[in-house]
Design a protein around this ligand. Structure first.
Ligand code: NAD
Ligand code: TDX
Length: 332
């Protein structure tokens, strides 16, 4: 049995990763999750209890992390505070979880010689001009804009230093914007889908011309799995599916799928420091690892995602009112 420790495994991408990983009968997973507002135990419902252990705890708790890492063959580190708007309202938990938490995991990995994969984001590279066609590559300079992306950049730097100075067996992946089932309703796509279900107009920050490069969460996780298996130690891999869309276009597709006029949205105050455009060049991952997206049809992916939120209202309903109340406080 191969024993994986998955931090943040009750959050959006982590829970989907656990679901994928447990399809391999030779894998057992331990989830370490603090169960912040972003986690939901129900995201792990229906999985084989003989091969899934869930531990409630903090990645910044050194002794706990050390004990768990010692008993596993590999660590996949998803746990993070992940929402830009929250990092603007209160950066402190981002420092503790994203930087100190990663430091604790790295120290445990160093002591026990455990294989480590670090989950990061394209946002550490800052943003790109709207219209010049450029994309981030693994050689792009780090230029984070928000407290969230600055702490993710810090965590990436720690991993690189621990590889070089201590020789830990680590890989890093930086992925673009994910969508799919089990994503918290604070994030752009689920927020708009659930607004429409509730008869509320989708909320577009500023002009809506900002561009994100979308990828289905299962494509992200398939790439992570391949990198864990076959990635070169010390390397960084970009994960992206060549699906750049501006926010207005995404909202209009959602409205069309949900049977409403394309202009049934409203503009709200922009996010301070709002990154203009992200775009990922995943040539290295495709060439070296042979990965390619299995869900390249964005329209179809959004249709399936809308259907998932319609069918799984009991999963998100309990968080919706509180999330919107938080947005109301910040005027977005
Ligand atoms: P999420 O907010 O849905 O989930 C994060 C999980 O981490 C939650 O279950 C939460 O309870 C847990 N967590 C938070 N603090 C913790 C702590 N101190 N100790 C233990 N667990 C803690 O986030 P997500 O969207 O699933 O993102 C997962 C990872 O992927 C993050 O590292 C994020 O930076 C990265 N990422 C996300 C995207 C995206 O589009 N969502 C894109 C690229 C990279
Ligand atoms: O209501 C909204 N209206 C809106 O126009 C929300 C919530 C967002 N937006 C815009 C802001 C962004 O341009 O939509 C875009 C996507 O916003 P988010 O879902 O907050 O994602 P983003 O800030 O791009 O960051 C995401 O991708 C990279 C994840 O949240 C990060 O964890 C990941 O690292």
């Amino acid at each position: 049995m191969r024993r994986l420790l998955v931090t943040g495994g009750a959050g959006f991408i982590g829970a989907n990763f656990v679901r994928t990983a447990l399809r391999d009968p030779s894998v057992a997973v331990t989830v370490l999750d603090k169960f912040t507002y972003a986690a939901d135990p129900a995201s792990l419902d229906g999985l084989d209890p003989a091969r899934l252990t869930v531990v409630t705890g903090d990645v910044a708790d050194g002794p706990l992390v050390d004990d768990l890492v010692a008993r596993h063959d590999a660590v996949v580190h998803f746990a993070a505070e992940s929402h830009n708007d929250n990092s603007l309202a209160d950066p402190e938990p981002f420092i503790r979880t994203n930087i100190e938490g990663t430091f604790r995991v790295l120290e445990a990995v160093r002591r026990h010689g455990t294989r480590y994969h670090h989950i990061s984001t394209d946002e550490v590279y800052g943003d790109l001009p709207l219209d010049d066609g450029s994309r981030f590559t693994e050689a792009s300079p780090y230029r984070p804009s928000s407290p969230y992306s600055a702490t993710k950049a810090g965590s990436d730097m720690l991993v690189r230093a621990w590889v070089r100075s201590f020789g830990i067996r680590a890989t890093i992946s930086n992925c673009s914007n994910n969508y799919g089932p089990y994503q918290h309703v604070e994030k752009f796509i689920p927020r708009q889908i659930t607004n429409v279900i509730d008869g509320v107009a989708p909320k577009v920050y500023g002009s809506g011309t900002n561009v994100r490069d979308w990828i289905h969460v299962d494509d992200h996780n398939a790439a992570v799995w391949e990198i864990l298996e076959r990635g070169r130690i010390g390397e960084t891999y970009f994960i992206g599916a060549d699906t750049q869309r501006d926010n207005l276009t995404v909202v209009q597709i959602l409205l069309e799928i949900m049977g409403l006029p394309k202009d049934a949205y409203e503009h709200v105050t922009d996010r301070p420091g709002h990154d203009l455009r992200y775009a990922i060049d995943a040539t290295k991952l495709r060439a070296e690892i042979g990965w390619c997206p299995r869900y390249p049809d964005f329209h179809r992916g959004l249709e399936n995602t809308v259907q998932w939120y319609v069918d799984n209202e009991s999963w998100w309903r309990g968080r919706k009112a509180k999330t919107e109340a938080r947005y109301q406080e910040i005027g977005r």
